[in-house]
Design a protein around this ligand. Structure first.
Ligand SMILES: [Zn+2]
Length: 267
């Protein structure tokens, strides 16, 4: 029996909905479904009594046990390409060993601040606006550093410029005092951070400080103000107080102590 609802017969409406849903399926998906029918069981078992299976990393597993992030990562892996910046880094620093998986997670392990993560993303993918790139993109007449007139490449901007070299020497001496280990602060250390398995609090602290320094250098150079180590320490201390407050709000004081106390107490 057909029932009239808002002027449309139910049976008619169901047909329209079904047709609408079918029409909404992208052509490429339909092609895949058609192709899957012609292959051996690959990803779907259409039987109500059997679990619906999906192929995840060469294993068929019940779709109910698969997480969204697992399904998402499998789909992403199909289309992902190696970023072109990797080739550039590897040819410029041919003597170094790049562990890209570890390098990419550094900004996410050492901070939750998105503006810092975003800065590091720009550096890794080499589209940070130093004068070298601005000139390349025809946005600036000169590719020279405004502080010392050398070519303002990424490594120059953050590590080799006369305006920042003294700063890194002071930071190195300070780090040796509080953490009792020596980091050379090479241009590569500064630009990409120190890869770690995430278990070393000291390295995580160091990576956070280096990222915070890069943001500080960027702010100073953008506003043409001196890059001063003591001024930086004041800013870092303020940042640590905010961090401690955030942890305290969620009753995570102990976690803050374990993770940040060595750095926070030294300021
Ligand atoms: Zn310079």
């Amino acid at each position: 029996m057909l029932v009239k609802v808002k002027g449309v017969l139910m049976g008619e409406r169901r047909d329209k909905e079904e047709n609408g849903l079918r029409a909404a399926i992208p052509r490429s998906w339909l092609d895949k479904i058609q192709a899957a029918k012609n292959e051996e069981i690959k990803c779907i078992v259409l039987d109500e009594n059997l679990p619906l299976l999906v192929m995840l990393k060469n294993r068929l597993i019940d779709i109910k046990k698969a997480t969204c992030s697992q399904l998402y990562s499998v789909e992403i892996e199909k289309i992902v390409q190696r970023p072109t910046c990797y080739f550039k880094w590897e040819s410029e620093y041919y003597f170094a060993n790049f562990e890209w998986d570890l390098i990419n997670v550094i900004p996410y392990e050492c901070t939750t601040e998105t503006y810092l993560q975003s800065l590091q993303f720009k550096i890794i993918h080499r589209y940070f606006p130093c004068n070298y790139y601005l000139h390349l993109w025809k946005l600036k007449d000169s590719n020279r550093c405004t502080y010392c007139n050398a070519t303002d490449t990424l490594s120059h901007y953050f590590a080799e410029c006369e305006a920042v070299r003294t700063f890194w020497i002071s930071l190195k001496a300070w780090f040796v005092r509080i953490f009792e280990f020596i980091i050379n602060f090479t241009a590569l250390d500064i630009l990409l951070g120190i890869p770690t398995d995430g278990k070393s609090n000291d390295i995580t602290n160091l990576n956070f400080v280096m990222l915070f320094v890069k943001q500080y250098i960027y702010t100073c150079k953008k506003n043409s103000i001196p890059i001063d180590f003591y001024n930086f320490q004041v800013k870092l201390k303020t940042r640590m107080i905010i961090e401690e407050y955030k942890y305290t709000m969620y009753n995570r004081n102990l976690e803050f102590m374990e993770k940040w106390s060595t750095l926070a107490d030294s300021l």
